[in-house]
Design a protein around this ligand. Structure first.
Ligand code: F6P
Length: 361
């Protein structure tokens, strides 16, 4: 093993650069393996766009947001011929293996390339925190902090105006940010893709709070919830065929306004959740993940993804990690739910979610 390629794919997040820095430093400093950066994710690998990455090149990256390698949602199985479309770059650049830093889509592609014989290891990143095989992903902690601070600020404005504030956070298949930021900021209701919801019940919370002197409410929704009334929000595809979400909060707010008579406002936090410097926790996680990824590569342990279990850095088969998204565990959502206005929840249902319609993925 003398040279590896590093790529970042999918949506960016805080902590990617810290991971790149750690992989390069560990690979070259401990194992004598040189690294090359592949630009713009799989696109760069298919098109042969790379840049050298030595220890000097990664200095100062620890705290820097985004990814210095760039990223994209192009995919060798959608926009190319799978392994055959990335092999020429591996060959030409003399890359013995890849470290792929990505979310569910990027890692799923990595697993397929691994099956086709490309030696690689995965590093999980996504603010959505929905990857199996790890307790948390790079970027999640920072996103929760950003969303919590935003909800705190929105709450004081809600109180001043006697308004219902609907805050939409990211989370396509799982409501991790909504649950954690909502819990941290004391949201009055939280709607997540994993749980069925009833806006009449949210309206009852709003009315009950008003009857008890709190004429404002803050409702946090994950972007991936089904729109009120069911169905699916009209999917807008981006240039790579990726379904763009966002906007369900507008429907939630309109319906709550109608049901409660309170003025409702919407804030969609969007990409602000993915920008800026990583939290200390994300810097440490990315650093530990990067070190372990370099060790896996050096040991020839391909087809694996690094992960966190409790306080331990571990690794799992990539195939297991991408088999299904990881939902918010019931007990975590229930912990947040305890603080919704219990006067509106029938005694029989308190402390338990009314989950029945949908199964957890
Ligand atoms: O990376 C995951 C994610 O943040 C999702 O929560 C969100 O739906 C999506 O990315 C947005 O992606 P894009 O940057 O392509 O708009």
């Amino acid at each position: 093993m003398s040279q590896i390629g590093i790529l970042t794919g999918g949506g960016d997040c805080p902590g990617l650069n810290a991971a790149i820095r750690a992989i390069v430093t560990r690979a070259s400093g401990t194992h004598g393996i040189e690294a090359i950066g592949v630009l713009e994710g799989w696109d760069g690998l298919m098109e042969g766009r790379v840049r050298p990455l030595d220890r000097d090149a990664v200095r100062g990256l620890l705290q820097r947001g985004g990814t210095v390698l760039g990223t994209s949602r192009r995919d060798p199985y959608v926009h190319g011929a799978g392994a055959a479309s990335v092999a020429p770059t591996l060959e030409r650049e003399g890359l013995d293996a890849l470290v792929v830093i990505g979310g569910d889509g990027t890692l799923r592609t990595a697993a397929r390339l691994g099956d086709e014989g490309i030696p690689l290891v995965g590093v999980p990143k996504t603010i959505d925190n929905d990857i199996a095989g790890t307790d948390t992903t790079i970027g999640f902690d920072t996103a929760v902090q950003i969303a919590t601070e935003a909800i705190d600020r929105i709450t004081t404005s809600a109180e001043s105006h006697d308004r219902v504030m609907v805050v939409e956070v990211m989370g396509r298949t799982a409501g991790w940010i909504a649950t954690h930021a909502g819990m941290a900021a004391g949201a009055d209701a939280i709607l997540v893709p994993e749980e069925p919801y009833d806006l009449a019940e949210v309206a009852a919370i709003v009315r009950s709070r008003a009857a008890h002197g709190r004429r404002y409410s803050v409702v946090v929704v994950a972007e991936g919830i089904a729109p009120p009334g069911g169905g699916r929000i009209t999917a807008q595809l981006d240039a790579f065929g990726f379904e763009r979400l966002g906007g369900v909060s507008t429907l939630v707010a309109a319906q709550l306004e109608e049901l409660t008579g309170f003025e409702a406002r919407v804030t969609v936090l969007g990409h602000v959740q993915r920008g800026g410097v990583p939290s200390a926790r994300d810097r440490v996680l990315a650093t530990r993940f990067g070190i372990h990824a370099a060790d896996l590569v050096a040991g020839g342990r391909f087809g694996r993804m690094v992960g966190l279990r409790g306080d331990e850095i571990t690794d799992v088969p990539l195939a297991d990690a991408v088999a299904a998204p990881r939902p918010v565990p019931r007990d975590q959502y229930d912990a947040a739910r305890i603080f919704f206005d219990s006067r509106t929840v029938p005694a029989a249902n308190r402390g338990a979610t009314r989950r029945s319609a949908r199964t957890r993925r």
